[in-house]
Design a protein around this ligand. Sequence first.
Ligand SMILES: Cc1cc2nc3c(=O)[nH]c(=O)nc-3n(C[C@H](O)[C@H](O)[C@H](O)COP(=O)(O)OP(=O)(O)OC[C@H]3O[C@@H](n4cnc5c(N)ncnc54)[C@H](O)[C@@H]3O)c2cc1C
Length: 355
Amino acid sequence: FDDARLAICLAQTLEDLGGVPVNYARVESFLKDSGRVCGAVVRDVETGQAHEIRARTVVNATGVFTDTVRRMDCPQTRNVITASQGAHIVLEKSFLPGDCALLIPRTDDGRLLFAIPWHDRTLVGTTDTPVLETSLEPRPFDAEIEFLLKHAGRYLSRKPLERDILSAFAGLRPLVKANEARNTARLSRDHILLVSPSGLVSVAGGKWTTYRKMGEDTVSAAGFPGRPSRTRNLHLHGWTEEVGANTHWRVYGADCPRLRVLLQENAEWSKPLHPRLPYCAGEVVWGVRHEMARTVEDVLSRRTRALMLDGRASAEIAPTVAAMMAEELGRDEKWIKEQVSAFQALADAYLPPRV
Ligand SMILES: Cc1cc2nc3c(=O)[nH]c(=O)nc-3n(C[C@H](O)[C@H](O)[C@H](O)COP(=O)(O)OP(=O)(O)OC[C@H]3O[C@@H](n4cnc5c(N)ncnc54)[C@H](O)[C@@H]3O)c2cc1C
């Protein structure tokens, strides 16, 4: 499973159905007409320009930021979401050879731990740490890394040390608040739907596993007469009955032939970006042209998963990726420099302290 690729695939599916996905657009306030939400003021983060976008229904699906956005509608709103951080570390495949995953149902403090084969590496996770601050780029705590290394060491082919970590990353789970619950591992993974007096529909909590059900419930709550949700049997962008070879190209599904055609445009594009990474240069161009990639981080973190597979290797290819993107997007040297330095700082944070 690749969460970022599924999110991209859903945006592409939306476009296939006539929708207009937009990224780097931040909702700053809501437009109201006679007390009803009728749109939003959205800032284009690249140009700094604000735009008014009108809509019959506005759905707030912003994960751990749900309450912040609800307060734009009604400042007195009480929080319904709490955040729980989950950290992961990525190790060489040799730590867990073969195709089977490990599930450790009980660790020293009762948490569940897994180690799974992931993109030809071993992914070890996860933790469940309550956090008060919500950030777009949460970082694993030292105690989380220690916990993962210590427990994984008991079951993997050899004990991993900090220096074996290829990448370490964290995410924030939006959990529906339970009264006075202290242990976020026990909080509900179910979703909730809230419709404010001004008509703002908020969907929060939930899981990737239940995203279709969340979508269905949201469409019902929004109430479009005669237009029920179509998600139950909807094919996603790139769906195909042909199961391709077990390489990372599988994520492109039915787009594979188009990607192959693109690679023929330039002989350089079939070349690998880095000997320790599975990606070729043409995938950068593909990400920009077909997957709305706007920054080096987009390409190396959420279109390819280079940053998660090998933080150091991803930092090494950042200048090449930035130069290719600049060519596609018509950016200048200054943009390249800024992108490279921003990405290298990010990649540093994905690596354990050098030993
Ligand atoms: C450690 C961890 C483990 C998990 N394990 C599982 C699992 O085993 N199974 C499973 O099914 N799921 C799992 N999940 C997924 C999780 O449960 C949620 O489904 C997911 O993280 C939340 O998705 P979301 O779309 O609600 O929020 P997010 O993915 O956080 O997306 C919210 C989006 O809203 C945007 N946003 C915020 N404010 C604004 C604004 N003002 N204007 C515009 N955009 C805004 C943000 O930029 C972000 O892109 C896991 C998540 C984590 C972190």
